[in-house]
Structures are given as structure tokens and as C-alpha cells.
Design a protein around this ligand. Structure first.
Ligand SMILES: O=C(O)c1cccc(C(=O)CC[C@H]2O[C@@H](n3cnc4c(=O)[nH]cnc43)[C@H](O)[C@@H]2O)c1
Ligand SMILES: [Zn+2]
Length: 353
């Protein structure tokens, strides 16, 4: 193998390394993963939609003034998904895009309530995601698992419906592994969702709420204490609380860090001000994720490149980051061992003289 470490070539080399690195993604939203290609396909099915299909106009449309604006635009894309066939197409095509980035495993956050309240039959919805999951694994080699999240701002009725969809034996899809909480945090206290998380956890689901994305570290404490979070979506404001950082590090509670998302929604001002360095310095397990990649003009490979710059990582550092995601995933033990070994083999082959 050639020496990829030619002086002056470092950045290009790292990008090539990242492009081929086998990866797991733990924080990525279903509808938020609809690329311009997928949006166009859905819009062609529903020409009355107000979502632009031309990539340039779409880039403009996906420029957000704040988090509330982001959610408003997000819901206009949700409105494009109207039939079980739309659900299947979205899921299958998202997996195709993941495979192109060497994503081997992804936990995709789905908000089933948003689809069932728009009239999609609940059983047909579950069949559509499961059918796409099986096809994605067979055809693209991407293993998908689901996290069903409560859209917090929609209140307790949506929470009740989400936990029902996640725990009813006649509906619960085979690929479902976790239970989450998304949407705006301001004015949506986490503790009110405790009974719903208790039920989901009792049914064997893992707890992965968003917290500390747009509110302070107290929200992360609430997610840990009331919702029994095993990982935290974003957790950005944890950096403001040294005791919290120590707790996350001690209990190996991973943060699902999504750097570009935090800039796009204006949760963080600039990438250089992103607290990822503080997380790493405190020993908190950091995982790298893309959240809603096309909406934020990014993809998982770019997020790894951003992390490499912010954390000053070389190839082995990047491989360690990829392994953090595997370790923090809800993949079974055999799958974790296999994917970790694949990452190690890839890195050692790349670095071999
Ligand atoms: O579907 C509806 O009609 C509806 C009505 C009221 C409120 C909501 C929501 O709050 C939906 C939020 C939606 O946003 C997703 N999402 C995507 N990225 C993020 C993120 O970075 N932080 C929080 N939420 C995010 C989330 O999964 C929900 O689907 C919906
Ligand atoms: Zn998210």
C-alpha cells in the first residue's frame, strides 16, 4: 500500500481516510435525512407541496434564522410524506445515501406520530419502515435500527400515542431499539415525559432524549434523572457544568454531538466555539453525528472532518471516534465486535507502510 502521509497532503488524506472509514451513526433523523434527490422524488408525487425541488432554491429554503424556524421548515418536509410508499421510499433512499458514506450501522430517529396524525395507517407505516430496513441491509449492507421520538412541543397526547406505537406488540417494529424526545426544548420541560419513558424502558427500549441543545445543563440533568437517559442527543450545554461533565464521563454516558447542526440552528455561534473540545478533555464519550444532514448542508463524513479539525485528530484519533459510536450503540455484542474489528483493520491497513 502507498504511503498516504505525504507532507502537505494531510487534509486531503484525512478526507480520503474518513470517506472509507466504516462508521456507525447514532443521531440522525428520518425526515431530516431527505436529500434534494429524495425531496424531488417525493415532491414529484405531490406537486401541490411548497417545498422547492431545485437544489439551489432548496439550499436557500434550508437556511434557518433560529431553531423554531428550522422546525417550521422540517414540518413542511414532513408534509411531503403522505403514503406508506413515501415512507418506504424515504427510508430506503436514506439508507442508500448512508451506504455511500460507508455507514454500516445507523439508529434512525423516527417520529411516527407526525405520520399517523397525517393519516398514514399505523400498521402500514411500520410495514413500510421494516420493509425498507430489510432491503437496506440486504442490498446496501447498512444495518438500520429505529428510535421513536416524542415531538415534545406537541404535548402529552403525542407522548401517549408515541409510547403506544412503540410498545403495542401488534405494531412495534422489530428494528425498534430506543425511545427519544425531540423538537424545541424551551418551554417543554423534560420531567413531564417521565411516565412515557418509564413505560418505554419497561418494554425494553433504551432512553435517548435530546437535551441541552437549546437550553442549559439542568435539562441534561432532567434527562438523566427523570428520563433515565443512556445517551444524550446533543447535550451541548453540558460544557457549562463541570459536575455534569464528570458525571457523564464517570458513567460513560455518550453525547451525540452534531457540530454543523448546532451552527445551522444557531445553538452555537461558530464551530470554533463548539464545546466538543471540553467534552473530550473531560473524558466524556463523544460520538459524531449529522442530525439532519441535507437540511444542514452536511453529511456524516463532513462531520468527522469537522471533528478532526476541532479535536486535532489524526487517522487513529478518527478511528477511535468511530469506535466510540460503536461502543455507545445499541447494536448487539457480536455486531459491535465485528464493526470495531472492521474499523481497526481499515485503520491499520491504511497506515501500513
Ligand atoms: O408533526 C407535527 O405536526 C408536529 C406538531 C407539533 C410539533 C412537532 C415537533 O415538535 C416536531 C419536531 C421534529 O423535529 C425533529 N428534529 C429534527 N432534528 C432535531 C433536532 O436537532 N432537535 C430536536 N428535534 C429535531 C424531531 O425528531 C421531531 O420529529 C411536530
Ligand atoms: Zn436531533
Amino acid at each position: 500500500m502507498t504511503d498516504h502521509r505525504t507532507p502537505g497532503d494531510d487534509t486531503r488524506d484525512l478526507h480520503a481516510f474518513i470517506a472509507g472509514l466504516p462508521k456507525a451513526e447514532l443521531h440522525v433523523h428520518h425526515v431530516g435525512s431527505a436529500s434534494p434527490r429524495i425531496v424531488s422524488a417525493l415532491a414529484a408525487r405531490h406537486p401541490d407541496s411548497k417545498v422547492p425541488t431545485d437544489p439551489e432554491a432548496l439550499a436557500d429554503y434550508f437556511t434557518f434564522t433560529d431553531f423554531a424556524h428550522f422546525i417550521q421548515v422540517y414540518l413542511s418536509v414532513v408534509d411531503l410524506i403522505r403514503t406508506p410508499e413515501d415512507v418506504r421510499l424515504l427510508t430506503y433512499e436514506v439508507a442508500r445515501d448512508m451506504a455511500r458514506q460507508q455507514v454500516r450501522y445507523a439508529e434512525l430517529t423516527i417520529t411516527p406520530w407526525s405520520s399517523t396524525r397525517r393519516g398514514i395507517d399505523e400498521l402500514a407505516f411500520m410495514d413500510a419502515i421494516e420493509d425498507a430496513r430489510k432491503a437496506a441491509e440486504a442490498e446496501f449492507g447498512v444495518v438500520l435500527r429505529w428510535c421513536f421520538d416524542i415531538p415534545g412541543e406537541a404535548g402529552l397526547e403525542a407522548a401517549e400515542e408515541t409510547v403506544r406505537l412503540a410498545t403495542d406488540d401488534r405494531l412495534r417494529p422489530e428494528g425498534l431499539v430506543s425511545f427519544g424526545l425531540g423538537g424545541p426544548e424551551i418551554g417543554v420541560p423534560r420531567p413531564q415525559f417521565k411516565p412515557y419513558f418509564d413505560r418505554a424502558i419497561a418494554a425494553g427500549l433504551r432512553s435517548v432524549p435530546h437535551a441541552g441543545e437549546t437550553t442549559g445543563p439542568e435539562t441534561v440533568w432532567d434527562a438523566l434523572n427523570d428520563l433515565r437517559a443512556e445517551r444524550i442527543g446533543h447535550g451541548t450545554s453540558s460544557a457549562r457544568d463541570p459536575k455534569l461533565l464528570a458525571h457523564l464521563a464517570e458513567h460513560r454516558i455518550a453525547l451525540e454531538v452534531c457540530p454543523t447542526s448546532n451552527i445551522a440552528t444557531r445553538a452555537v455561534r461558530t464551530l470554533d466555539e463548539h464545546p466538543i473540545k471540553e467534552f473530550a478533555r473531560a473524558g466524556v464519550p463523544v460520538t459524531i453525528n449529522s442530525d439532519d444532514p441535507p437540511m444542514f448542508g452536511t453529511d456524516l463524513n463532513n462531520e468527522y472532518a469537522v471533528a478532526a479539525r476541532l479535536l486535532d485528530l489524526d487517522e487513529l484519533g478518527l478511528a477511535a471516534l468511530a469506535k466510540n459510536a460503536v461502543e455507545a450503540s445499541f447494536l448487539d455484542e457480536a455486531g459491535r465486535t465485528r464493526l470495531t474489528a472492521e474499523i481497526d483493520t481499515y485503520a491499520s491497513t491504511w497506515l501500513a507502510p
